[in-house]
Design a protein around this ligand. Structure first.
Ligand code: ATP
Ligand code: MG
Length: 367
């Protein structure tokens, strides 16, 4: 799929903007603070009904404006679709082909986007919770079963933690009830873990291909799923569940002392290794960036497998920290595959690396 055009009214520093895009590479060229990221944000917003950098929609309205709008036409395999989001102090309205949708969840999914911004380096450098959120968000988007098991797991986890605190403070005494909660937690937790393992394996496969392309076969990327339940691979959901129940039993004294659940997918991590070494600990800036990029770009293929169509790719300020060679191979890896929007302050660094002429949009002060 690709976005044919966009129309903005009072969005960030754009008073009024109408643009047509290339189905291939679109370069957003401009000095700092002119509106490059704002335009990427508008495309992301049109797809997801949410910004990638703020949860406060009011910030998206141009200063002093009371209403704003983002409209665009997506070309999909089965035909074009008109998308529209209206913003005002009362909230937002989402329209597909001029028909207002009762719920935003009915609207999302018409246009799939993957965005890579400088903050995504946190995927490699940040805390385990960043990677868990990444897995849960991305996998949740494409597999409703995963989202269901995860939601159930978190509901039981909350209950169990509350009950552990009551037991710890001697405000409750029924250990049998704790066993019931452990059993339920293991039930959903084992499903989450087995599905996570499957998703991570698929993502690793595609990330390796991209990573090899960008690093030119000099480096090998591998994933290490650090599951809080040890030695679980090749276990069935039932076997894993039994193992978790047994481990909750062994952990009981410790859990009662601490008042929290010490085992389960909420304590998982995913580690990235380059040539066997942790990128988080030993990787250079460029290696960390290449890894984060490869993981994100791998999602393109995972989404294609799941939905049948390629998503749009939004790259904000991605080239600046890669050396010339890595830039060349990155651009090669994305050319012709997916519609891409990339921001840069300087055309000379990329012009020679593109096989086909991109569409260049010069951005100055919201125009
Ligand atoms: P850089 O190269 O530094 O990343 P950029 O071109 O990506 O720059 P943007 O983040 O797109 O810059 O735009 C920043 C400009 O938009 C700033 O000048 C900021 O003041 C302005 N801006 C942000 N939000 C609003 C808003 N709600 N209304 C009007 N202007 C806004
Ligand atoms: Mg920017």
């Amino acid at each position: 799929m690709y976005l044919k055009n966009i129309d903005l009214r009072h969005f960030r520093n754009y008073e009024k903007l109408t643009l047509a895009f290339s189905p291939r590479i679109n370069v957003l060229l401009g000095r700092n603070a002119q509106g490059k990221t704002n335009l990427l944000e508008a495309i992301y917003f049109l797809a997801m009904t949410k910004s990638h950098r703020t949860s406060n929609d009011h910030e998206l309205l141009q200063f002093k404006a009371h209403h704003g709008q983002v409209k665009g036409e997506v070309q999909r395999e089965q035909g074009p679709v008109k998308l529209q989001l209206d913003l005002s102090a009362q909230g937002k309205k989402a329209l597909i082909n001029h028909i207002e949708q009762a719920r935003l969840s009915q609207y999302v999914g018409q246009m799939n986007v993957i965005l890579f911004a400088p903050e995504d380096l946190d995927l490699v450098k940040g805390a385990p919770s960043v990677r868990r959120r990444f897995i849960d968000m991305e996998f949740g988007q494409i597999d409703p079963q995963y989202l269901y098991a995860l939601t159930k797991y978190h509901a039981v986890l909350k209950q169990r933690n509350q009950y552990l605190k009551l037991l710890a403070h001697k405000e409750a005494h029924d250990r049998l009830y704790l066993d019931v909660l452990s059993e339920q937690l293991a039930e959903w937790g084992s499903q989450v873990i087995v599905m996570r393992q499957r998703f991570i394996t698929e993502l690793e496969h595609y990330a390796q291909v991209v990573h090899e392309q960008i690093s030119q076969h000099n480096e090998k990327l591998t994933f290490d799923y650090k599951c809080s339940v040890k030695d679980f691979s090749d276990m069935s959901v039932t076997e894993l569940k039994e193992k978790m129940v047994a481990e909750y039993h062994d952990l009981q004294t410790n859990e009662l002392k601490r008042g929290v659940t010490l085992l389960g997918p909420h304590r998982d991590d995913l580690r990235f290794l380059v040539n066997g070494q942790s990128v988080h600990t030993y990787g250079s800036q460029g290696q960390q960036r290449t890894t984060a990029l490869a993981v994100k770009l791998a999602e393109i293929d995972v989404m294609k497998d799941q939905t049948g169509e390629y998503p749009l790719l939004l790259l904000d300020d991605v080239l600046s920290e890669l050396d010339g060679q890595r830039q060349t191979h990155l651009l090669k890896a994305i050319q012709d595959r997916v519609q891409t929007f990339l921001t840069t302050p300087d055309m000379s660094s990329i012009a020679k690396k593109l096989i086909k002429q991109p569409r260049v949009l010069r951005i100055e002060d919201g125009q």
